[in-house]
Design a binder for this molecule. Structure first.
Ligand code: SF4
Length: 268
């Protein structure tokens, strides 16, 4: 678990990013009690908490859940955003995660792949799209001469992020409230990457970015827009592993994305 100084916690709290810490420390910060005279740690914590003016229930993940305010992350750089995700307890998915799954690849990539929610392997490694679905994605990217790996540069290196940064228990679908809570992080990632094309893989990525509940089959095959960024919809690799007949359609979608990226002009 990431350890935060009292001042860092208070700062994150002020930004609207709720951070959980053990009850003893929460008490020390004045969240649930007053400072003890002669205890410098508690005295500092009480002062910080008082300055921040924060009052939050920290008894369990559900009680702790607080929305991630879009304005709280709007000005964050990559380091601050990563730290905010690592510390986030805005929804109940924080309770059972082993790692947050932030994102990987080139932070100024031309291609941005957006997946759904972490699975077991992603949770263990803290990286999106690992295991068999990750291997399939890597193979499809390699066929386009793209990669998530370091060292290939922005024209060839993609950036990959998930819609939700923490694994839902037993790989259940993320709840609408969880998707909404986590969305500001993805929005900020897209703002920072400034991709030339987004590939939304799977139902929940599409719901988050296009606000559409239409089936993938009805949305794929054409170029949408997320804000001003061209967006192509396709199937999630995990789905393709179970539905091999749709692999050819996914390949068509990636070829469409390649056309879009190529039409966006030379790489910076
Ligand atoms: S899923 Fe997103 S909003 Fe929920 S705790 Fe994890 S990082 Fe925070």
């Amino acid at each position: 678990m990431t350890r935060w100084s009292l001042r860092q916690r208070a700062l994150l709290n002020e930004m609207g990013v709720r951070v959980w810490w053990p009850e003893r420390e929460a008490t020390a910060t004045g969240q649930a009690g007053a400072a003890t005279p002669g205890d410098p740690v508690r005295a500092e914590a009480a002062a910080v908490a008082s300055a921040a003016g924060t009052v939050a229930s920290l008894q369990n993940p559900t009680d702790r859940a607080q929305p991630v305010a879009p304005s709280a992350v709007a000005d964050m750089d990559w380091a601050a955003l990563r730290a905010a995700v690592a510390a986030c307890t805005a929804c109940p998915l924080c309770a059972q995660r082993k790692n947050t799954v932030f994102g990987t690849g080139n932070p100024r990539a031309r291609w941005m792949i957006v997946g759904e929610a972490p699975g077991e392997q992603e949770d263990l490694r803290g990286e999106p799209f690992v295991g068999k679905s990750g291997q399939l994605l890597d193979s499809m990217l390699a066929a386009l001469r793209l990669s998530r790996a370091d060292g290939v540069g922005p024209p060839r290196q993609v950036y990959i992020a998930n819609t939700v940064k923490c694994r839902p228990p037993a790989n259940r679908n993320p709840e609408p409230a969880e998707l909404a809570q986590c969305e500001p992080f993805l929005v900020r990632q897209i703002e920072l990457v400034e991709p030339k094309v987004i590939v939304a893989m799977g139902r929940f990525a599409v719901q988050a970015l296009l606000r559409s509940s239409e089936p993938i089959g009805r949305l794929r095959g054409r170029v949408h827009r997320y804000r001003a960024v061209p967006l192509v919809v396709t199937y999630h690799p995990a789905y393709l592993l179970r539905n091999l007949q749709d692999k050819a359609r996914a390949w068509e979608d990636l070829c469409l994305a390649r056309e879009v990226a190529a039409g966006a002009g030379p790489a910076p």
